[in-house]
Write a protein that binds this ligand. Structure first.
Ligand code: ACO
Length: 335
């Protein structure tokens, strides 16, 4: 794609898609591995089960399947896609997994790249892609969130292994000169609090030949201070959303749906309470999937769109938050 200038002012949302692996890991099954119980996990997190990628699945395969269903809903000719942005922290190729999704789709005219911002990744990718569209460089984009945290969870750590699952979601967005359905957004990071949630590299000291040292590459497992992450989320997410509402002249009563990163039901409820958004407007599917990191927001949106809950012109307030620490929010009109 050569960055041709179109006269565009805004974004239209044209399609959604998602994919989760077949393997179901229930709370009851996790309790065979670590000292926990279905009752503890459900009451503290709202999670009942999660999907785990099997040997045939990886981020590019899951992302491809989610993207393809979004493209079908949008009814696009695949050759008209200009941009593919994949939000992931767990690429199956450290050099980037988006190009392999481009190849699987046959989207030969698109440029494809990865973006990493943990559980804020989808929102950051959506905002990034929308800037290319609003700037007039590209017309059609697929934004994907896909993660396979099961590969990096310490399956002996009961404080974290209960939370995560695998999956992918995608949205198809298009530049338009008539309106802007990405009403507003905000993005934040605070690296000083980054140690609350990490997936650090783990290098072994080795030498290539005598007197030439090197570090062999690899990764440790997820390290999390659950209580600090919890406090961060319930404090910062209402603040960023409230500021967004004020800046765009919306009141929380005008919000049809609150679509938060699906980390913990107690976080969802607490943010909803602080914003005075009633429970029936807070979308949640983490009982089935747990925290799928960059995938949660499009996975939730796709389910609600296909169930006819989110309808054309509905106003959606969305926020992603997590490692970095990073957080972001967007106000969207669906359609
Ligand atoms: N089963 C049974 N007991 C457990 C378990 C478990 N799975 N995990 C911890 N406990 C125990 C602890 O050992 C502790 O016992 P102790 O008091 O004897 O030491 C007790 O339960 C309470 O532990 P807390 O850590 O205080 O439990 P808390 O109520 O904070 O819940 C949780 C923990 C669910 C992790 C919560 O802190 C949370 O959800 N935090 C947010 C985490 C999160 O969302 N992370 C992802 C962010 S998004 C991203 O970017 C990846």
């Amino acid at each position: 794609m050569e960055g041709i200038k179109f006269n565009q002012v805004g974004i239209a949302f044209k399609g959604s898609g998602s994919y989760v692996p077949d393997q179901i890991l229930t709370n009851q099954k996790i309790s065979q591995k670590v000292d926990t119980s279905d009752e503890w996990i459900k009451s503290r997190t709202g999670i009942s089960e999660r999907r785990i990628a099997g040997f045939g699945d990886n981020v590019s395969e899951m992302g491809y399947k989610a993207a393809l269903t979004a493209i079908k809903m949008a009814n696009w000719d695949i050759k008209t896609i200009d941009l593919i942005v994949l939000a992931t922290s767990t690429p199956n190729d450290l050099f980037g997994s988006a190009p392999s999704i481009q190849a699987k789709l046959g989207a030969n005219n698109a440029v494809a790249f990865d973006l990493t911002a943990a559980c804020s990744g989808f929102l950051f990718a959506l905002i990034t892609a929308s800037q290319f569209l609003k700037g007039g460089s590209f017309k059609r984009a697929i934004v994907i969130g896909a993660d396979q945290l099961s590969s990096f969870v310490d399956w002996n750590d009961r404080r974290s292994c209960i939370l995560f699952g695998d999956g992918a979601g995608a949205l198809a967005i298009e530049a338009t000169s008539e309106f802007d359905n990405l009403i507003g957004f905000d993005m934040r990071t605070d690296g000083q609090r980054g140690s609350f949630l990490n997936l650090p590299s783990k290098n072994n000291e080795d030498s290539i030949i005598e007197n030439i040292d090197f570090l062999s590459g690899g990764f440790a497992s997820i390290k999390m201070n659950g209580q600090e992450v919890y406090k961060f989320a319930v404090r910062e997410v209402p603040i960023i959303l409230e500021k967004l509402f004020i800046r765009n002249n919306y009141s929380s009563a005008e919000i049809d749906w609150l679509v938060l990163h699906q980390a913990n039901q107690r976080i969802l409820d607490s943010v909803g309470d602080r914003l005075k958004i009633p429970r029936e407007k807070i979308l949640s599917n983490l009982d089935k999937y747990g925290n799928t990191s960059a995938a949660t927001i499009p996975l939730m949106m796709d389910e609600a769109i296909r169930n006819n809950r989110i309808k054309q012109n509905d106003i959606i307030a969305t926020s992603g938050f997590g490692a970095g620490l990073s957080w972001g929010a967007a106000l969207i009109k669906w359609g």
